[in-house]
Design a protein around this ligand. Structure first.
Ligand code: HPA
Length: 304
């Protein structure tokens, strides 16, 4: 059921309904839970395979959850998978929503709010992203240390509108959005598993176009290490609710903004495609699942 009244991009009605829609969806799901999820996991484009490793899995199609949008993008299954991963009660979103699909920021963050209301204390977000550093290779993993949310800075922030004080404070700080202790666990877990894990700044653009060579240079110049079309709204909503966040990008293609600026620059910047993004994410997915399992095993004492 789409929340028809949540259509405007701004204004009092839209945001008020975004919070009540989250409460309604959580109330509908609560009786179906065997146990409360402790960790919510958002599976990015091509990264849904991790959900196959969830033990005692129960799958709930988004279509069965009141107010949930529908995934319109190839590479996103559109179901909630509940169960245990590395022994920890988890709820994994196999499929997420993007601004470029036409969803409002409030709709994009609805699933994360629902999982927060159902008891998750930690959010692990994954995504597919373009690498902005020439030292990155397709298939590499990058832990997100901080973000630049271009749509957020331009008014497409999921917290625009009246604030729900029960959900979180009006002006939440984003200084520590990416929890330092969780990042430390991630680096140690990556070392144990011999997985290369970069760390850097994720820049969000709205998409759906991939960037021009000039835009890539601009994003690199502002400090970005990877660029993608998701994640920032979900992280903002999670931090607003007091969740601790860990986010990992799978670098699916490497844009080369450091190439010398030349009239024929378009010839030296490889052209990305959605098919390439999905294929690379799927092949890196096993490594990502191994890494997340190792991180959860380290966290198990804290969250069990
Ligand atoms: N740009 C934006 N989003 C992306 C990219 C990219 O190159 N690759 C995967 N998601």
């Amino acid at each position: 059921m789409a929340d028809q009244t949540d259509q405007p991009r701004s204004g009092t009605v839209a945001q008020g309904n975004a919070y009540s829609a989250a409460r309604a969806a959580a109330a509908a799901l609560r009786p179906r839970l065997a146990e409360s999820p402790r960790v919510a996991i958002v599976l990015g484009t091509g990264l849904g395979g991790l959900a196959e490793d969830i033990a005692s899995a129960r799958r709930i199609a988004y279509a069965e959850i009141p107010g949930f949008p529908q995934s319109t993008v190839q590479g996103h299954a559109g179901q909630l998978v509940l169960g245990r991963f590395a022994g920890v009660p988890v709820a994994a979103l196999q499929g997420r929503f993007h601004l470029y699909e036409g969803y409002t920021p409030g709709q994009v963050v609805l699933p994360v709010r629902v999982l927060g209301l159902l008891g998750a204390r930690i959010l692990i977000v994954t995504n597919a992203a373009g690498g902005l550093r020439s030292s990155f290779q397709a298939g590499d993993l990058m832990l997100i240390r901080d973000h630049i949310g271009i749509p957020n800075l331009a008014g497409m922030n999921p917290l625009v509108g009246p604030n729900d004080e029960q959900m979180g404070t009006r002006f939440p700080a984003m200084t520590h959005a990416y929890d330092a202790q969780l990042r430390e666990h991630a680096h140690v877990a990556a070392g144990e598993q011999r997985i290369v894990l970069h760390e850097g700044i994720y820049v969000m653009v709205s998409g759906p176009t991939f960037e021009t060579p000039a835009e890539l240079r601009y994003l690199r110049g502002m400090g970005g290490d990877a660029v993608g079309m998701s994640t920032v709204p979900e992280v903002v909503a999670a931090v607003h609710m007091g969740l601790r966040v860990l986010a990992i990008s799978c670098i699916t293609n490497v844009a080369l903004p450091d190439a010398p600026h030349a009239p024929d620059e378009a010839d030296v910047v490889p052209e990305p495609s959605h098919a390439e993004v999905i294929a690379t994410a799927q092949s890196a997915g096993v490594r990502l699942a191994t890494l997340i399992a190792a991180i959860l095993a380290r966290l198990a004492r804290d969250v069990a």
